[in-house]
Design a protein around this ligand. Structure first.
Ligand code: SAJ
Length: 432
C-alpha cells in the first residue's frame, strides 16, 4: 500500500481519511482489535469522522488490521500513537517505541517512516531511529525517516488535514524531501523545517505559546477583579490592533490533550539538561489555580446575596474542556465540582454533549431542561461556552451567574456589537 497509518485515533484516522480521499491505497494499523473491527464494520469511534466517512474509506479500499505484516509492503508508514504524560513529567514513549519495534521487524528498503506523535526534540533521532535500525537497515540510506507534527484541532469546522499547513523535518535532506513529497499528495501546503528536531520543537513552541498566553490572561483576570477592570473589555479593545496582538481569554482552567500536556515535554527535556523552563512551570501553576479562583468568585457572588456555598444549589453549565465537543480530558469542571462538594454545595450539571458525569465516583445529577435548571439554581457557573448557552437566554433565566467564558459579552445574531465585536450587557452578571 501507499500508506500504513499506525494508531487510528483522532490524529491517525483523519490523516488516513484524507489520504484515501486523494486516491492513496491506505491500510490502518492499530493494536486494538476493537478499533480494527469497528472500523472494518464501518463504525467511527471519533467525533470528527462519521460512520459514513468510514464507509466511504472502505469503499475506496481502506482496511484496518492488527497484523503488522501490512508494514512490509508499505511505501510510507506514519506513526500516530499517543504520548501521554509520564509520571516523571515527560512523554510516555511506550506506544512510540512499541510501534517502532513493530515497524523494525517489518521494514523493507525504500520505505519512508514518519513520526507524528508529539514529543520532545531529539525523540525521532535518539529513540525511534536506533529501534528502526535494529532491522539492519540504515536510516537516511536504506529508508527515509522524518518527523511531522500533527495539527488536528478537534471539532474545528474550518481547518482539517488538507488545509492546515504541514511541517516536515527529515533526518537528511533526502528524507525531508521524501516526506514533503508524500504529504503534498493530499495536503495543500507542506513546509520544510531544517530537520527532525526543528519540526519537533515547532510543535512544542506552538502549544507552549498558547499555554503561556492563556496563563497570562488568567493571572490578569485575578487582579483585574480587584482593580475594577473589565478584562474581557480590555482584551476586546486590544484585539482591535491589526498587528502584533492575538487575543487569549481567561477561563476556569486549561483542559484538553494538548495545551496542558505538551509544554511539559519541553520543560522535562531541558530540565534533564539542567535548565529551568520557568514560563511553563509558572503557566502550569497559574492555570491549575483557576478552579480555586472560580470557587472564590462563587463564594463572593453568593455572599453578596446573603447566601453561602454550603447548601446552595449550584448549576454547572458545560463540563467538557472546550465548547461544542464531547471531550472531557483535563477539563477544569471536575476540580471545580470537587471543591464545590467539599464546601457543601448541592451541584447539578447541564451539558448537551455529556450524558452522565461522575465526580469522586458519584453521579452528579444532570439537569435536562436548561431554562428550568437556570431558574432553580441559586448560582449558575458557566464553565464551557457551548453554543446552546446563548447570552439572552442566560440573562433571562439565570438568577445569579458566574460567566467564566465571557459569553454574556458576545452579541446575539440580531444584536449589533460595538467596534470591538463585543456587547456590554448589564454587568449584574459576573465574569471570572
Ligand atoms: N483556553 C482558554 N483561553 C483561550 C484559549 C483556550 O482558557 O484563550 C482553554 C480552552 O478552554 C481549553 C484549553 O485552553 O480548555 C485548550 O484550548 P485549545 O483551544 O488550545 O484547544 P485544544 O486543546 O483542542 O488545542 C488544539 C491544539 N491543537 C493541537 O495541539 C494539534 C492547539 O494547537 C490548537 O491551536 C487549538 O486546538 C486551536 O487552535 O483551537
Amino acid at each position: 500500500s501507499d500508506l500504513v497509518v499506525i494508531g487510528l485515533g483522532y490524529v491517525g484516522l483523519p490523516l488516513a481519511a484524507e489520504a484515501v480521499s486523494a486516491g492513496l491505497k491506505v491500510t490502518g494499523f492499530d493494536v486494538s482489535e476493537h478499533v480494527v473491527a469497528g472500523l472494518n464494520d464501518g463504525v467511527s469511534h471519533i467525533d470528527d469522522l462519521s460512520d459514513e466517512d468510514v464507509a466511504t474509506m472502505l469503499d475506496k479500499g481502506f482496511s484496518a488490521t492488527a497484523d503488522p505484516l501490512c508494514m512490509s509492503t508499505a511505501r510510507t508508514i506514519v506513526i500516530c500513537v499517543p504520548t501521554p504524560l509520564s509520571s516523571e513529567g515527560g512523554p510516555d514513549l511506550g506506544a512510540v517505541t512499541a510501534a517502532a519495534g513493530t515497524i523494525s521487524r517489518n521494514l523493507t528498503p525504500g520505505t519512508l517512516v514518519v513520526l507524528e506523535s508529539t514529543t520532545y526534540p531529539g525523540t525521532t533521532e535518539e529513540v525511534v531511529r536506533p529501534i528502526l535500525e535494529e532491522s539492519g537497515l540504515v536510516a537516511g540510506a536504506d529508508f527515509h525517516l522524518a518527523f511531522s507534527p500533527e495539527r488536528i484541532d478537534p471539532g474545528n469546522p474550518t481547518f482539517g488535514v488538507a488545509n492546515t499547513p504541514k511541517v516536515v523535518g527529515g533526518l537528511t535532506e533526502e528524507c525531508g524531501a521524501a516526506a514533503a513529497e508524500f504529504y503534498s499528495r493530499f495536503i495543500g501546503t507542506v513546509v520544510r523545517a531544517r530537520g527532525t528536531r526543528e519540526a519537533e520543537m515547532a510543535k512544542l513552541l506552538e502549544n507552549t505559546y498558547r499555554h503561556v498566553n492563556i496563563a497570562l490572561v488568567n493571572e490578569m483576570a485575578v487582579f483585574c477583579q480587584e482593580l475594577g477592570v473589565d478584562l474581557w473589555d480590555s482584551i476586546a479593545a486590544a484585539a482591535t490592533k491589526p498587528f502584533g496582538f492575538q487575543a487569549f481569554y481567561p477561563g476556569p482552567g486549561v483542559g484538553g490533550h494538548c495545551i496542558p500536556i505538551d509544554p511539559n515535554y519541553l520543560s522535562y527535556k531541558v530540565k534533564t539538561l539542567g535548565y529551568p523552563f520557568r514560563f511553563v512551570e509558572l503557566a502550569q501553576e497559574i492555570n491549575n489555580r483557576m478552579p480555586a479562583y472560580v470557587i472564590q468568585r462563587a463564594q463572593e457572588l453568593l455572599n453578596e446575596s446573603g447566601l453561602a456555598l454550603s447548601r446552595s444549589k449550584v448549576l454547572l453549565l458545560g463540563v467538557t474542556y472546550k465548547a461544542d465537543i464531547a471531550d472531557q480530558r483535563e477539563s477544569p469542571a471536575r476540580p471545580v465540582a470537587r471543591k464545590l462538594l467539599a464546601k457543601g454545595a448541592q451541584i447539578t450539571y447541564h451539558d448537551p454533549h455529556v450524558e452522565s458525569w461522575q465526580v469522586e465516583g458519584a453521579d452528579v445529577p444532570r439537569s435536562e431542561i436548561l431554562e428550568q435548571a437556570l431558574a432553580e439554581a441559586d448560582l449558575t457557573i458557566l464553565l464551557t461556552d457551548h453554543s446552546e448557552y446563548r447570552p439572552k437566554l442566560l440573562e433571562r433565566y439565570a438568577r445569579l451567574l458566574l460567566d467564566t467564558r465571557g459569553v454574556l459579552r458576545r452579541p446575539e445574531p440580531d444584536e449589533t456589537p460595538d467596534v470591538s465585536g463585543r456587547l456590554r450587557r448589564s454587568i449584574g452578571r459576573e465574569g471570572v
